[in-house]
Design a protein. Sequence first.
Length: 246
Amino acid sequence: MTITIDGKICSCEKGEKLLAVARRNRIPIPTLCHHESLPGQASCRVCIVEVVQQGRSTVTSACVYPVEEGIQVYTNSDRIRRERGMILALLHKRAPDSRLIADMCRIYGAPELNRVSVSLPGKCILCGLCVRACAELSVGAISTVNRGVTKEIATPYHEPSAVCVGCGSCASVCPTGAIEVTETADTRTIWDKTFPLVRCARCGAPIGTREELDHAARKAGVERETLCEHCRRRSMTDVLAAAYGD
């Protein structure tokens, strides 16, 4: 089936998400909370578009909207520019220290909103990606706590989590860099908890925290990994070469 995005006819499958269709056709739609590994978030609303179907216009989040035959989509209409600018302006008040959001406010013409005060300093927009990543990919060490203007992402009671494995999945998906991770030659510190790093048995490169590798091994039902990805590939190549006498 086909839909029209900004005047361009695009082929797609029924039920396919609008954002995916737009990206496949190189039509830019800005996002913050969208991540390919954790789709369907629709928290930040930055990816809003205008969809016209049977003469009726609606504004929706492109990352979760399933396309239907014949719809017309506008990613940069006056209405969308106005509403996206307001969304970004409010996100900037929520995360005033985020350079990314400040840049997006400038690019998309967000209003100043001088009458709205900054809630708290920081970079977090409460999109929930980090919580979801920790729950689905790791151990569920963090969650959303409090309500209203004091709502935030944290470990229980702001204490170092007993279950956190220091994998950094939460930080890797954070769109604004709100989660701090510091590493030395031997340690990684995240959520006020310091983990020793395990090094590759062959080349000595750090491959993760001991807790992270133990958790991954338990989930996979194998022994703890001792080689980095590069050395694993080399090891497999050596095994194949020996087996085939090459």
